[in-house]
Design a protein around this ligand. Structure first.
Ligand code: DX5
Ligand code: ZN
Length: 220
């Protein structure tokens, strides 16, 4: 594929009893990032990973740890994830009434900051924050579970965000990440729309050879 996109396999779809192997598969496939889905059973129905797991993974890999918090009151967890070794901490705009404070808190830890937006939230909501972010995470499924179908209208949302970033001369500073339903067959469309980082969970760990699948993404 022409553009230099990054693949971020989501360990949500890996075998939780053997995360070390998931990391090894990401390493041998050449994935750039590791995507870690944090769910609190409140913002989303599911319950997954907390800071202690990130702390255990940290010494096992040099890969960029991309923490996606799907939790209410994200400010309560920022410091713990930063200390545990997260490289990027992303939270949901829908999860707090004080987006600015959470951005400031994440920045104060020295960690990169991402802001995520659910499929039905108006793009105008993120407008005030563009120039403070390292990453915008566009959800292309309803957050909560791996293995869902890609919402096609997400393509248009990615396109619109890219246009806006270009207008603001921020396209080289703020990455667009797309998360949910990404497969080998639709990845190119998402990249062409302007995505810089693709999250893939079931498309990677649901195959017999995740390392080879990661390579297949990079050889599209
Ligand atoms: C969903 C998570 C995703 C999930 C993606 O709420 O944020 O990161 O792991 O899984 P797939 O790629 O299977 O849709
Ligand atoms: Zn995610």
């Amino acid at each position: 594929m022409a553009s230099q996109f990054k693949l971020a396999p989501s360990i949500l779809s890996a075998d939780f009893s053997d995360l070390k192997s998931a990391l090894t598969q990401c390493e041998s496939g050449g994935a750039h990032w590791i995507h870690i889905d944090v769910m609190d059973n409140q913002f989303v129905p599911n319950l997954t990973i907390g800071p202690p797991v990130v702390k255990s993974l940290r010494p096992k890999t040099n890969k960029f740890l991309d923490v996606h918090m799907m939790v209410i009151n994200p400010e309560n967890l920022v410091e713990s994830f930063a200390k545990a070794g997260a490289d990027m901490i992303t939270f949901h705009i829908e999860a707090t009434n004080d987006v600015q404070s959470v951005i400031d808190l994440i920045k104060a830890t020295g960690t990169q900051v991402g802001l995520s937006i659910k499929p039905s939230t108006e793009l105008s909501e993120i407008e005030p924050f563009y120039d403070q972010l390292d990453l915008i995470l566009v959800m292309s499924v309803e957050p909560g579970f791996g293995g869902q179908g890609f919402i096609e209208s997400s393509i248009d949302r990615v396109r619109k965000i890219k246009v806006r970033l270009k207008e603001l001369c921020l396209q080289d500073r703020v990455l667009i990440e797309v998360d949910g339903g990404i497969k080998l067959h639709n990845a190119k469309n998402v990249i062409d729309a302007g995505a810089d980082v693709l999250v893939a969970g079931s498309a990677v760990f649901g195959t017999d050879d995740p390392a080879q699948t990661i390579k297949d993404f990079y050889n599209l």
